[in-house]
Design a protein around this ligand. Structure first.
Ligand SMILES: *Cc1c(COP(=O)(O)O)cnc(C)c1O
Length: 371
């Protein structure tokens, strides 16, 4: 029985819930966790941000953009897309920009996956993947890393089923820092069916100082999607800017399904300015790589299992990660612990590195410990 408005009057219906009810997969999602001691420590080494503020040129460009903020930005970050396309030799139909690479990944998963489908990724890998896959309503299939904390690409290819819509390859892998070589990627791409997306998340690519640019594979593999960000090497985590390169058909579908005006004018101005600072980027990366090598060596001297990292962080594989995290906080540096698996330390300046080493020494009970 309905009223004249067409709304059921409810007399014959079961009682309604007292609150709006989300889709069941949303109610089951964990919230993103925060690092211990954040906001109280002297050094933040827990979120893989850059420890260097944006340059004056970048800050000025962002400030200048404020004068135009009464107007919407371009629909798809046209100016940034243009600058990126020109450098990488890609057309505007092969690049799209957004408010970080995570929103772009969310958009991609929403457009191409959903209930009843599967997304394969390595595990342990980026903790956002299972959450974003869950939001899309798809099932997350985690394939264990090998004993060297690297992707097992053969096992990932073997995990593809009729239901698989996408495979995510995180290179370098967050949080272990391990990398996939070009030849390994090529071999993997040739094994994956062409109707399955291969999402290459290159959030840290600059720190691995790669010899080739995997965007050159786009014409050969129309199912390849490459995600990049201005949050890490470009030092703009707080501005929110990222981009995605793929075949024009994929870009079209992403644009069709995206909320419009995703990239703010301020973020776009900052990203365009940062993109132009090629020498500064090289210098930043060189400094991070040198400090990463120092920390890796020092941790290995202390007998810890530290894989070679291609990121702006190192991974200390260990069971009792929470205990080392607490020791770090006592030494005034916040790090990221994944209990049972390991501790991830973002590379910063030497004082932060030394604080981590002091914490490790106190944790291990070494003579140099301060506790
Ligand atoms: C930090 C990070 C990102 C970047 O996300 P943004 O939304 O661009 O800030 C993406 N992927 C991985 C693996 C990361 O660690």
């Amino acid at each position: 029985m309905s009223t004249t408005t067409g709304i059921p009057d409810g007399s014959l219906l079961p009682p309604r819930p007292r609150l709006p009810v989300p889709r069941p997969e949303i109610a089951a999602l964990p919230l993103y966790s925060r690092a211990l001691g954040l906001g109280t420590t002297t050094w933040v080494a827990s979120s893989n941000e850059s420890s260097v503020p944006p340059s004056k040129v970048v800050q000025d460009a962002m400030a200048a953009s404020a004068a135009g903020l009464n107007r919407y930005p371009s629909l798809y970050g046209d100016e940034l897309v243009d600058a990126i396309g020109r450098r990488l030799g890609l057309s505007d139909e092969q690049v799209t920009a957004g408010a970080g690479s995570l929103p772009l990944l969310q958009q991609l998963l929403t457009a191409y996956t959903g209930p009843g489908t599967e997304v394969v990724h390595a595990w342990r890998s980026y903790e956002a993947y299972p959450i974003l896959i869950g939001v899309a309503g798809a099932s997350s299939v985690g394939v264990a890393l090998d004993s060297g904390h690297r992707h097992r690409l053969d096992a990932m290819a073997a995990a593809i089923t009729e239901r698989t819509k996408a495979v995510i390859v995180c290179n370098p892998n967050n949080p272990t820092g391990t990398t996939v070589t070009h030849d390994e990627l090529l071999r993997f791409l040739s094994r994956v069916p062409r109707d399955v997306l291969v999402v290459l998340d290159e959030a840290y690519r600059e720190f691995s100082q790669p010899e080739r640019d995997e965007t050159s594979l786009l014409p050969t593999f129309p199912n390849l999607v490459i995600l990049r960000t201005f949050s890490k090497a470009y030092g703009l985590a707080g501005a929110r800017a990222g981009y995605l390169t793929a075949a024009p058909e994929i870009i079209r579908n992403l644009r069709a399904s995206a909320p419009p005006f995703g990239l703010s004018r301020v973020a776009e101005a900052g990203a365009v300015a940062a993109w132009a600072e090629e020498e500064l980027l090289s210098a930043t990366v060189a400094a991070v790589v040198a400090e990463r090598q120092f920390l890796t060596r020092e941790l290995r001297i202390r007998g810890l299992d530290v894989p070679e990292s291609g990121g702006n962080f190192v991974w200390i594989a260990m069971e009792r990660a929470g205990e080392l995290e607490q020791a770090c906080v006592r030494h005034r540096v916040s790090v990221r612990a994944f209990d049972g698996d390991g501790v991830r330390v973002t590379i910063g300046g030497r004082p932060a590195t030394q604080a981590v080493l002091d914490a490790v020494d106190s944790y291990l009970g070494a003579p140099r410990g301060t506790e």
